[in-house]
Design a protein around this ligand. Structure first.
Ligand SMILES: Cc1cc2nc3c(=O)[nH]c(=O)nc-3n(C[C@H](O)[C@H](O)[C@H](O)COP(=O)(O)OP(=O)(O)OC[C@H]3O[C@@H](n4cnc5c(N)ncnc54)[C@H](O)[C@@H]3O)c2cc1C
Length: 563
């Protein structure tokens, strides 16, 4: 199989067009191409309004053609296709059965977000019958709790936007792009898994793949059902409340059921996939002297723009058909400011909503989400300022001081607007920061139409939220962004706060084999501080499954199975 890169096609194109382009590049008739698979498609808008896709395809050619072309090849865009990733333990059911019968204990996975879900699926595929512990509820029940919270403000601390089946990413835009280098093919593997569970096929080749909340919920449920079919088990509304350890190794966990009763479960392999919001669990780990360290993250505000402003900036006056095929436009912005702090756009949601994503009583944080068709008519993203442990209370000496810092901000955001999402127009934010007497306050009231927010919102002095140094960095960056995307720093732009859960402020230390200082304990995903986003958390879950299988079956089995 050959891999061909840099194939340009118009936004509206057919597989035939791609085939012709590939044949032209290979200087062979199309008939010689037996099979063509689209591997990657990214938008090239450098010559807008002339937009096109740049594609990478894998082709299988008629007998002997590939060797001939590779022998004489001069074109750097034509290469042998890389070997696809293959999970090395999928055929180990019998051996797994045998080792479990001989008394080996099934692994336990705590947390059913992307990291825990994918880890549990592959452990089940290997026949190891993992037990998953999830403090939240099944996706369908969880959806009811989340919508009730947005409508009535009633928060369930264990069933909300952060906690429950599918983890933090379920009520999201479901963007699946990641900056992680995918040299082993794990990224493509998890995307294909998600597609096989109901996510749109395009996620396997689009440069910026996304699912949307409406499709994510079904995908997550299908993955759980498949994992259960393969022998895995998921206990919902069950919280891990303690670790059991003996001679430097994990030997079990303490759990608390929805009836509040606790009991112990034993295991020799424990995956901690708890996410960045499991604060009670981080404090428990600290009490049990699990090695933790404070980690940098970022805080900021979400900005909202009419989607057509962003579409015009990104697509120019491209033809309607192409714009329709492309859907709502995205952007990615970064700025370096005088304070030396990086300010950048994060979790941009084209055609999406700002969501109240709180998980603790009397504290408030926000994030963004969208549905698959991204048609709210508004674009939003968090414009966030990078902060380091030195900025945390006590200078970051306490590994959990970042959580304390987040809690301070979220409490302030809650109080600032009586539990509603605090909102302020950019003009008023700037004049507030600059300390003007408010006489310049914008006359235009914020009307409901302007705010695609899930949850109550209320006007409030957001400029009083962060230290002035952060505010000034924010304003400086907004000015730079306004030069890149006209209208971005318009006076009327609504800001919402506070975006404080951008990544985990803590890292649970692990060694090169993925284990913490406790043998058998595998911290994974975003909460452990080794991933940021759905796909990288899922990839980390897959890696942990491989590592645990290696413990069960040994490396040689992996090699034998790899051929
Ligand atoms: C609203 C929102 C939108 C987002 N949008 C995107 C996006 O578009 N694209 C993207 O890539 N990322 C997005 N993210 C980030 C992404 O969701 C996370 O990076 C990802 O979910 C991390 O996966 P994880 O499995 O490591 O942890 P999580 O998804 O956080 O899952 C952890 C799970 O562990 C459970 N848990 C915690 N403590 C315990 C305990 N003691 N016992 C039992 N269970 C426990 C929790 O209930 C939770 O279900 C978004 C996040 C939010 C909140």
């Amino acid at each position: 199989m050959l891999r061909i890169t840099q194939l340009k096609v118009p936004i509206i194109y057919s597989e035939q067009d791609l085939m012709k382009k590939a044949a032209k590049k290979l200087r062979i008739p199309s008939e010689k191409i037996r099979d063509l698979k689209l591997i990657r498609r990214s938008l090239d808008a450098r010559k807008k309004p002339e937009l096109c896709y740049v594609c990478t395809v894998d082709v299988t050619l008629a007998g002997g053609e590939e060797t001939r072309i590779l022998k004489g090849k001069k074109d750097p865009d034509i290469n042998p296709a890389p070997k696809p990733y293959r999970f090395p333990y999928s055929g180990m059911k019998e051996m797994a059965e045998k080792s479990l019968q001989e008394g080996k204990k099934p692994p336990i996975v705590v947390g059913y977000g992307p990291a825990g879900m994918v880890c549990a699926y592959y452990l089940s595929l290997a026949g190891l019958k993992p037990l998953v512990i999830e403090r939240g509820k099944k996706a369908s029940e969880r959806r009811r709790d989340v919508e009730r919270f947005w409508k009535e403000g009633v928060l369930d601390p264990d069933s909300n936007v952060q906690f429950g089946e599918g983890g933090a990413g379920t009520f999201s835009d479901g963007k699946l792009n990641t900056l992680i280098k995918d040299k082993d093919g794990r990224c493509r593997e998890v995307l294909s898994l998600f597609a096989s569970m109901g996510a749109p096929e395009e996620i396997c080749y689009d440069h910026k793949p996304h699912v949307g909340t409406d499709l994510l919920i079904g995908m997550v449920e299908n993955l759980r059902k498949k994992t259960e079919q393969l022998g895995g088990q998921v206990l919902f509304e069950t919280k891990m409340t303690g670790l059991l350890q003996k001679d430097g190794a994990i030997c079990g966990i303490e759990i608390e059921g929805k009836d509040g009763k606790t009991k112990n479960l034993s295991c020799d392999q424990l995956v901690l996939a708890i996410g960045h919001s499991a604060r009670d669990t981080f404090y428990m780990l600290q009490r049990q002297q699990i090695q933790l360290e404070a980690k940098a993250f970022a805080v900021g505000f979400r900005v909202i723009h009419p989607q057509n402003v962003i579409d015009l900036d990104q697509y120019g006056n491209a033809d309607e058909k192409s714009k329709e095929a492309l859907g709502a436009a995205a952007y990615k912005l970064t700025a370096r400011t005088d304070s030396g702090r990086g300010v950048y756009s994060f979790c941009m949601c084209p055609g999406g909503y700002v969501v109240n994503s709180s998980s603790e009583p009397e504290s408030l944080c926000i994030n963004g989400m969208s549905y698959h068709d991204r048609n709210s008519g508004y674009a939003n993203s968090a414009i966030i300022i990078s902060i380091d442990p030195v900025d945390y209370p006590g200078g970051g000496n306490d590994p959990l001081s970042g959580i304390a810092f987040q809690r301070q901000l979220e409490k302030k955001a809650y109080e600032m607007a009586g539990g509603a999402v605090p909102v302020e127009r950019y003009k008023d934010f700037v004049s507030g920061v600059k300390g003007s007497d408010g006489s310049k306050k914008s006359k235009q009231e914020l009307t409901i139409e302007d705010l695609p927010v899930k949850g109550r919102w209320q006007e409030a002095p957001l400029h009083e939220m962060l230290p002035s140094e952060y505010n000034n960095s924010f304003i400086q960056a907004m000015t730079q962004f306004g030069k890149k995307l006209p209208g971005f720093d318009d006076d009327t732009v609504p800001l919402c706060g506070i975006e404080s859960r951008t990544s985990s402020p803590v890292r649970i230390l692990r060694g090169p084999d993925g284990q913490s200082q406790l043998t058998g304990l595998y911290p994974v995903g975003e909460g452990a501080g080794y991933a940021g986003g759905i796909t990288s958390a899922a990839m980390d879950g897959l890696l942990a499954a491989e590592r645990i299988c290696r413990q069960y079956f040994g490396k040689e089995k992996e090699e034998a199975n790899d051929d």
